[in-house]
Design a protein around this ligand. Structure first.
Ligand code: TYD
Ligand code: MG
Length: 456
């Protein structure tokens, strides 16, 4: 029986329950309910003490001018762009990513570069000893940068240290290793992560320091620890990359000070990460001829065009339930495109396995990739290669229409720049970008052309 006034708050989603349970009824997480003392029912106002009254709100208009926040540009341009043009002083950023993807490497480079430009930077590692961080920095040629290093996991020590010295940028690697002695839970537990993040974010706001927290990601892709950390910070960035590929992509998932559709592209090498300023042809498979089942998608990532090869393999299924496997694209989207191909173009996949892969380890989320995926699938199904010099883009609707997409002109221009001469695209794109555009209004027209090899 719950004590009077006690409630149980889920440390993962924040839902409040009156009874303890092993599993949160709201988000389904296990062992996340923690008792919180509450002297009044949730939502009720505190009884006013004596004659104490608020001063009341002072309202302001929307039209008043607020200057743009100042920014610390770190000099790592791909990073600065994803942050919205540099890091805002007093803001907190969470950088998530799989272990080993290169978060520590990236942030060490960011800190070193910012320090070389005059910002006071601290790199606090809870995962590696100072010697390890230092030797890595030396290997990456960053030894001359005036970054202050520390290896510490005790939050109290860190907060004290940061009060003594003034910093512009502080990196905490990682939030899961930090612990506060005000809580009994072990390091990495939800309570500790939340407490540590809370303290560090408060410090950022109070002292105008930009704080970047590293967060590990669990197997299912969520940043480990409570979701509330994502709500506490001003920006959430994720650092992604497929194993076996050198490319790393920095993506904004939330940003109070900028857009979230920008990506930063890096390449991991022997001397750390190098910036890829012009990623447009990075994900093309340039070795040899493009075979049946491959289509070059002219995509847009953030503000930049990116050409990427979409590969499909359609093969007779050996089992009752055919396999669908997809890497780098949404599996729901694949199911939709397969259904439209079947219902509107008479191309059945019911007894065939379907594999779809986006080359180079990129993940595409644009609906504009629908037509490229459909073209790759159809090309594999009928065993007819698309022309080598052809790019594809367009959104496919459930009715089988091919819809125009954003920035068609820049897609075509970029393709022309990289030596492509043709495009299979929505009708509206015809005559654009200096390419021979085969404009299609219906997916069935596109599939017909692929089957006939008719690119007249
Ligand atoms: P790291 O930054 O430690 O990853 P994270 O902090 O996200 O766990 O990066 C580790 C990987 O990067 C490791 O597998 C080795 C590789 N790496 C290089 O290939 N070249 C380099 O110069 C560095 C520093 C790391
Ligand atoms: Mg690390």
């Amino acid at each position: 029986m719950a004590r009077d006034g006690a409630v149980y708050a889920c440390q993962s989603c924040g839902a409040v329950q009156t009874k303890w349970a092993g599993q949160c009824a709201a988000c389904g997480a296990w062992n996340t309910l923690v008792e919180e003392l509450q002297s009044r029912p949730p939502g009720a106002l505190a009884p006013s003490r004596g004659s104490a009254r608020g001063r009341g709100l002072a309202f302001e208009g929307l039209e008043q001018h607020t200057p743009a926040p100042p920014r610390i540009t770190t000099g790592v341009e791909e990073f600065d762009r994803v942050c919205g043009g540099g890091v805002v002083p007093g803001s907190a950023i969470l950088l998530g990513g799989d272990p080993g993807v290169g978060k520590s490497t990236l942030l060490l480079q960011v800190a070193a570069s910012a320090a070389m430009r005059g910002a006071a930077c601290a790199f606090i590692s809870g995962e590696e000893a100072i010697e390890q961080v230092r030797s890595r920095a030396q290997r990456m040629g960053l030894a001359a940068a005036p970054v202050k290093l520390a290896a510490e996991t005790a939050l109290r020590e860190i907060l004290e240290g940061l009060k003594k010295e003034r910093f512009d940028l502080v990196i905490i690697d990682s939030i899961q290793t930090m612990w506060s002695d005000a809580h009994e839970a072990g390091p990495g537990s939800v309570t500790q992560v939340r407490a540590a993040a809370g303290e560090l974010v408060r410090l950022a706001k109070k002292r105008g320091v930009a704080v970047i927290l590293v967060g590990h990601v669990t197997k299912d892709g969520a940043i480990a620890g409570p979701r509330v950390v994502e709500h506490m910070v001003d920006a959430v960035l994720s650092f992604e990359g497929e194993r076996g590929y050198p490319f790393r992509i920095l993506r904004g998932a939330k940003n109070r000070f900028g857009a979230t559709d920008e990506i930063g592209v890096f390449e991991m090498g022997d001397a750390g990460l190098s910036e890829v300023r012009n990623p447009s042809a990075l994900f093309l498979n340039t070795a040899g001829e493009r075979a049946a089942g491959a289509a070059v998608f002219a995509g847009i990532e953030g503000s930049r065009p990116v050409l990427v090869e979409v590969q499909a393999l359609v093969a007779p299924s050996a089992y009752g339930t055919p396999r669908r496997a997809v890497v780098g694209w949404d599996s729901g989207r694949l199911a939709m495109v397969l259904a439209v191909l079947e219902a509107r173009c008479g191309l059945g996949f019911g007894d065939r396995d379907v594999y779809l892969n986006v080359a180079g380890g990129l993940r595409i989320s644009e609906p504009a990739a629908d037509l490229a995926a459909a073209a790759a699938l159809a090309s594999s199904a009928v065993d007819q290669a698309l022309p080598q010099d052809c790019v594809v883009f367009g959104e496919v609707s459930l009715s089988g229409d091919v819809r125009p997409v954003s920035r068609m002109e820049s897609r075509l221009k970029e393709a022309a720049k990289l030596g492509f001469r043709r495009a299979l695209a929505p009708k509206d794109a015809e005559g654009g970008g200096g390419l021979a555009v085969t404009g299609v209004a219906r997916l069935a027209d596109a599939i017909q052309r692929i089957g006939d090899g008719d690119w007249g």
